[in-house]
Design a protein around this ligand. Sequence first.
Ligand code: MTE
Length: 365
Amino acid sequence: MERIRPTKHADFIVRHAAPFNGGPPLAALVDSPITPEELFYVRNHAPVPEIDATAFRLSVGGLVERSLELSLDDLKREFEFRRVEATLQCAGNRRDELIAVREIPGEVPWGAEAIGNARWGGVALRDVLAAAGVSDDAKHAAFVGRDRAQKGSQTFPFGGSIPIEKANDSDVLLAYEMNGKPLPATHGYPLRVVVPGYIGARSVKWVSEIRVQATPSDNYYQRKSYKLFPPTVSAETVDWDHGLMLGEVGPTAVLCRIDGGVPAKAGPVGLAGYAMGAGGTEVDGVEVSIDGGAIWHPAKLGSGEHGTWYLWRIVVELTAGEHEIIVRVHGSGSHQPDHAATGWNFKGYMNTAWHRTLLQVDSRT
Ligand code: MTE
């Protein structure tokens, strides 16, 4: 097993030991709007590369006027430091609800813990692109990481791309800090991309190459994986040239904690969770039903902004018996299916359905 575990919380749930994939216990996620590193989920497709930060260079090329080779010191010296609070969420977050509909072999069986919100520090991607001078025919910024994934007999780096308009947003970072400290090895040391509002896969870790190009990245993780297919398509029938290349995250709202644990005790019970708008847009409200969707109650929203999650809380009055608790989000473009079955796909991505929890409530005596 890789030496990652020691930096993580004792109760971290390891979903896959090598490469390391895991996340925090769900209830701990809502303790604080900023996720401490020890609770921040890890999604790796390959072993963490060992990188000598002093020898590290970022190359910027493709459809640019001048190619660049930048050391970490160059980045720090030549570009303005920016801090951005942003939530990263894996496209496979909440896959377990899709697996409950129909099996999804070969993918990490995430619960709702593949999400975290951090303060990232670094330089704006657009400042670096501006220094290179992006050509008019540029349409995508493609990133290549230093890790080496293996598929059959082939090894290749992780990579992906974002449209050039997104790359020019001031909050897309080349980050070398996470929560005020140097980026930890497992989260991309010494440099990673942070793309707020996009699936985590586009926030390429250990990024060493940026290519500006007319087409999306042809990396496996852009051209094949992280694509959305209809429920009728399977691993056997898939045509990888079809399917939707994933970009923006979908809307989501999740119940993470039931105060006092389960089974709950009849009476007032505090519920808490997180919510995020489609593409990271602001959340207008979160609603909770304790009777399977007949009546909806507005939750109290914590603070948030474009690109971040919002934590929410509510106290509900529960009677003894079994309750279906449902949570949903309101925000622009945040339409959610009411059941996970509607969005089933064989890779198990983008479960944006209303979040349902069956809760047993015991009488107080
Ligand atoms: N970058 C590289 N180089 N290799 C990877 O395996 N995983 C991606 C993304 N960047 C990955 C990567 C995926 S799928 C996600 S969800 C996020 O990193 C997870 O970031 P984290 O591990 O810092 O939480």
